[in-house]
Ligand binder design. Structure first.
Ligand SMILES: *Cc1c(COP(=O)(O)O)cnc(C)c1O
Length: 229
């Protein structure tokens, strides 16, 4: 990129997001969540810029684009998170290149990731994606399917169940309770059932404060960091 202002803009936005996280956490006396920088459709130079500023966790949604970036940035100590829909024919690539998967929703996919995780890497950290607002268009399991899938994952030693993830309906019905509170309650149910998880992957650019108030431990932020896609 030849535009010398771009890195400054990114730096400025990064500072704004960190401030939002700190203020959001302070307001409800919660711990500051981890920041996952969602870099899909953004160039590797932007990732390098944020890395130089101290950001280490990056999230990608498209397998081929992600692998190209991971290879181009192999000199950096980045923790890569896969957050997009998973097709069966992409599980090997995901198992080989990522440390985290947030979008697990099918046992069959889980088994493939488990079987294809290279032996020299630690277990792949996974979150179960929950279709918290039961939207037809959204990925994720129903709330009722969370516990059965969580239990099935126990038999897969190359996966490590870390938590739950959701993407709430952007235009919620007025009578609905906070979807982030409902995801947190599901994590509490898992704990009661003897399958405790420590990660609540919830909150994006427009709603991270609400997510933090409900106990988010990791927010996934794209637009507020990198600008519009
Ligand atoms: C794109 C994406 C994000 C980031 O969304 P923004 O609104 O740009 O912050 C977060 N989570 C998932 C799963 C995404 O696909």
């Amino acid at each position: 990129m030849t535009d010398e202002k771009a890195p400054l803009t990114l730096q400025h936005r990064f500072g704004q997001v960190l401030t939002r996280l700190e203020q959001g956490a302070r307001q409800c006396q919660r711990p500051v969540p981890a920041l996952l920088a969602v870099s899909k459709k953004k160039p590797v130079e932007d990732i390098r810029t944020l890395y130089r500023l101290g950001q280490r966790r990056f999230g990608e949604s498209y397998v081929q684009e992600a692998v190209d970036k991971i290879q181009a940035l192999s000199d950096l100590d980045i923790e890569w998170h896969f957050i997009g829909p998973i097709q069966s024919n992409k599980t090997r690539t995901i198992a080989e290149h990522f440390q985290w998967v947030h979008s697990l929703e099918r046992e069959k996919i889980a088994r493939r990731l488990n079987d294809q995780r290279p032996a020299d890497l630690p277990p792949l950290k996974v979150c179960i994606q929950v279709n918290i607002d039961a939207e037809d268009s959204k990925s994720g399991v129903t709330p009722q399917q969370v516990l059965p899938l969580a239990k099935a994952l126990k038999a897969l030693p190359r996966l490590s169940l870390e938590g739950l993830m959701c993407i709430p309906d952007a235009t919620p019905a007025p009578d609905q309770t906070d979807p982030f509170q409902r995801l947190a309650a599901l994590a509490e149910d898992l704990k009661q059932a003897g399958v405790p998880v420590s990660t609540l992957s919830m909150g994006m650019s427009s709603d991270l404060e609400t997510a933090i108030a409900a106990g988010s431990t990791l927010v996934r932020v794209g637009t507020a960091l990198f600008g519009a896609r």
